[in-house]
Design a protein around this ligand. Sequence first.
Ligand SMILES: Nc1ncnc2c1ncn2[C@@H]1O[C@H](COP(=O)(O)OP(=O)(O)O)[C@@H](O)[C@H]1O
Ligand SMILES: [Mg+2]
Length: 487
Amino acid sequence: MAKVYTSRIDEDTIALVLRKGLMAQGHKWAVLRIALALSLKQPDPPGDELDTPEGGKEYFLEALTGRGQKESEDFVDAFRVLLSAYHGEDLFEEDDRYTHLLQRHIRRGLREIQTSWRESHDFHEFLRQELFAVQNLGNEVPVPDAGSLVHALDELGLSATLLDCLDGPRVTRHRVQFADAEDFGRLERRLDDLAFTLGIKDAGIFLAPAGEPKTAWLDIPRPPSQWSVAGTEALAGWTAPGAGLNLMLGVDIGGEPVVRDLTEAPHVLLAGTTGSGKSVCIHGMLLSLLLNRSPRELKLLLVDPKRVELSAYRGLPHLLAPIVTDGVEATRAFKGLVKEMEQREQLLAARGAREWRDLDEGAPPRIVLVVEELAALFDQAPESEDPLVQLAQKARAVGIHLVLATQRPDAATFSGLLRANIPSRIALTVLKAADSRIILDEDGAERLLGKGDMLVKWLGEQVVRVHGFNLRPSDVASLLQRVAKED
Ligand SMILES: Nc1ncnc2c1ncn2[C@@H]1O[C@H](COP(=O)(O)OP(=O)(O)O)[C@@H](O)[C@H]1O
Ligand SMILES: [Mg+2]
C-alpha cells in the first residue's frame, strides 16, 4: 500500500492544529487535507526537498483519500484529478509519482500552516484568508477605452475631460481634468462604483493629484494577459550606480526602473498577504546586491524560517554564516551581529568617523540582514526580538541594514520600537485598509493588483507605486550563475 511520510516538525504542526485549531473536532486526515488545499493554492509546484522527511509518521493513502469508504466519502479519483490537473500530467497510471507529489503538497501545506498561523489566531479565519484571498486578482475583461471612461465618469455625475494617457506595463494612466475642484474627492470616494460601471474589479484603480488644479492621474489596470513583464533581463543588464547598496525594485507606472539605496532606508519592512509577491521581491533585492557587490564589499545574513525560499543562495561567498532556519539559531546570529555592531562602533570612533560611508577603502563590508518571515520567527523565538530591536536602533551607523518581511503586519509582529526604527516600508497587496495603514500610515495597499504590485515608501519620500520584477525560481538560479564567486 502506498504511503506518505511526515517529519517530526510536520507532526508537531498536525498536533497543534488538532489541539488549538480544529478544537479536537477533527481527525489527522482533516489536517493533511487542509494542508493539501493550501499547497494547491500556490502557483509553483512543491520541490523535491520535501521528499525525505525524518522522524515523523507514515500515512496510508487509502485512508487519506477515503478508499473503501462509502461512496460519498471515497475521494480517491478526486485527489488524482486534482493533482493531474495541477501538474499537467496523467497521474492515474503513475502510482509512485502520484504518491510523491501528494506528499510534497501535504508537507508544503503543513509548513505553510507552521509559519503562517499563530496559535492565538482563529484557525478558521486563517484558512478563510489563506484559501480565499489574493488569487486571480486580475480581470480578463476588455480594457475600457477613453470614451467608456468619460461615459462612466458622467454616470457618476462627474464631468471630466481626458487630457492624455500613458500605457504602462500593467495600468493605463489617464490625465483627467475635472470641471469642479470638488470632483477629485467625489471620485476618490467612489472608485468602487467607477469599477462597477466600467465592468472591472476595483483592485488596481488609483487616483492621485496630477499637479495642476482640478487635474488628476487616474490609473486603470489592464488584465494580466496584457501585462508586459520585465524580469531577468532588467536585472542582468543593470549596473548599480554609486557607492551605497542600490536595489532595483521594479518599474513604475510608466515602466521606468525604480532604484532605491538601502543605505538610505536604512532598514526596510516588506509586508503583504501570502502570494502577494514578498519572496519574489526579496529575490530582486538580493540579486541587485549580489550582482553588483563583491563579498569584500557586502556580506549577507539570511534568515529563512520556511527553509525553502532562500535555499538557492546556499554556499555563496557573500554569506556571513550558513542560512539560518530556526529561531534559536536566529537569536544567536542576531546577538552575534549586535557584538559586531559594537565592535564597529569602536572602529568608527577610533578612526574619527561618524558614518560608515566616511571610512576609506579596507573598511569591513556592509552587512545586510534579511528575515524572510518575521512573524514566523517571533513565534518560534520571541526572544529574538530584543537583539533585532537593538540592531534596528543602532546598526545603521555602522553599515548594517535590515530587510524584514512579514505577511502579518499586525501590532504583535511590528510594533513599538521595531516600527519606530524601520522607517522605509514596502506594502504589497493586503486584505484590509487597516493593514495598509499599519505598514505605510496610509490606505491603498488593499487595492493593489497582487503579483508584485507594491507601494514603496522610502525614508523621507512620498509613496510610489512599483510593479516588481517577475523572477521565477529558474530566473533566480540563472542570475545567480552570474554572481562573482570570488573577490
Ligand atoms: N512581480 C511579479 N510579477 C508576476 N508574478 C509575480 C510577481 N511577484 C510574484 N508573482 C507571482 O506570485 C507568486 C507568489 O509570490 P511570492 O513572492 O512567493 O509571494 P509571498 O512570498 O508574498 O507569499 C509567485 O510564485 C508568482 O507566480
Ligand atoms: Mg514568501
